[in-house]
Design a protein around this ligand. Structure first.
Ligand code: SAM
Ligand code: SF4
Length: 327
């Protein structure tokens, strides 16, 4: 079988794999203030198990894989997993979403293993603000070094994800947008989703409001080249080297074109980021399920993929923080 569609005829070809729930940061919009209890080591899928599931998924038409977390580079030797996944027939594109703090030392190795591109989350250019958003002891310089290392290694494109949180970092919209003009940065502005992070006092900033504020830098032209295959809509300023993407999970959901499945680090398949519905793959796998058995379970998750999320009705899943599901 070379294609897989859900019950609303959406083709499903993209698997996001959370390789760990652990993270070296605790971003205010992602993790509760007290942190989260890490899953026990034995509950986390091994690389061999991830490979087995990915191979079954590829036989059902999954051709793009993104590694995420928690912080995927908090897991040792991620290049080894990348190499394993790159060897799967049908897998054409492997990418990574990371906070960038550990990217500097391994970007070249990841590229050599078969990683194509990387998204780095960065919400501010201010060192002290970086510390307060990430509640951490890490330095923003590590992230900036990671971005440069990824570019030098030929991971292309490197996209910068900024979650725009009103009253926290929205005063830096223009600074991020300006980096797309001369520096060939590809910046994506993401609407803040009110999920399991700290109950931050925030004013929601919609993408239409972001676009209005960016007008002082010039007009944005639609940019249609194949820079992404996800939900972002891309634009650029006249003569800019880089691009600006907008992701609107809240103000204008993009569920009608959703092509994704998500594998949690403890082996549950979620067909929607914002639904608590999961299909367990880990226990069947550990109890000897065959590749056909796994494929049947994957089909089940696809068949039950909800039409759309219910954020607009105030419903957000509370069972797991984004750090466990992979964002
Ligand atoms: N640790 C990695 C990172 O930060 O890129 C990967 C995992 S993180 C959960 C994946 C993405 O989810 C990041 O780009 C992060 O900014 C985004 N994210 C987390 N919480 C969010 C929220 N409440 N609203 C919007 N995006 C969020
Ligand atoms: Fe960690 Fe990424 Fe969540 Fe920040 S957004 S706490 S870096 S998983």
């Amino acid at each position: 079988m070379t294609g897989c569609s859900d019950s609303f005829q959406r083709p499903i070809n993209y698997l996001r794999i959370s390789v760990t729930d652990r993270c070296n940061l605790r971003c205010v919009y992602c993790m509760p203030v007290d942190g989260v209890r890490w899953l026990a080591q034995g509950d986390i899928l091994t690389y061999e198990e991830i490979y087995t599931i990915a191979r079954a998924a590829a036989e059902l038409g999954i051709s793009k894989i993104r590694l995420t977390g928690g912080e995927p580079l908090a897991r040792s030797d991620l290049s080894h997993l990348v190499r394993m996944l790159a060897s799967i027939n049908g897998v054409e594109d492997i990418s990574l979403t990371t906070n960038g703090t550990r990217l500097g030392s391994c970007a070249a190795e990841l590229k050599a293993a078969g990683l194509r591109r990387v998204n780095v989350s960065l919400d501010t250019f201010k060192a002290d603000r970086f510390q307060s958003i990430t509640r951490g002891s890490h330095s923003i310089d590590d992230v900036l070094e990671g971005i440069e290392a990824a570019r030098s290694a030929g991971l292309n494109p490197v996209k910068i994800n900024m979650v725009v949180v009103g009253g926290v970092n929205d005063d830096e919209l223009l600074d991020f947008a300006a980096r797309t003009i001369n520096d060939e940065w590809h910046v994506r502005f993401i609407e803040f989703m009110p999920v399991v992070g700290e109950a931050i006092e925030t004013k929601f900033v919609s993408v239409s409001e972001m676009r209005r504020r960016l007008e002082v830098l010039g007009g944005l032209e639609p940019y249609l080249s194949g820079i992404g295959n996800g939900p972002a809509k891309y634009f650029r300023f006249a003569r800019a080297k880089g691009t600006i993407g907008f992701i609107t999970p809240v103000s204008e959901h993009f569920c009608f074109s959703c092509n994704r499945l998500r594998l949690t680090s403890d082996g549950k398949l979620r067909s929607c980021l914002l639904s608590e519905q999961e299909v367990d793959l880990k226990h069947p796998l550990r109890n000897g399920a065959s590749s056909d058995g796994l494929k049947e379970l994957i089909r089940q998750a696809v068949a039950n993929k909800p039409l759309q999320h219910r954020l607009a009705e105030g419903y957000a899943p509370k069972d797991r923080p984004f750090s466990q599901v992979g964002g």
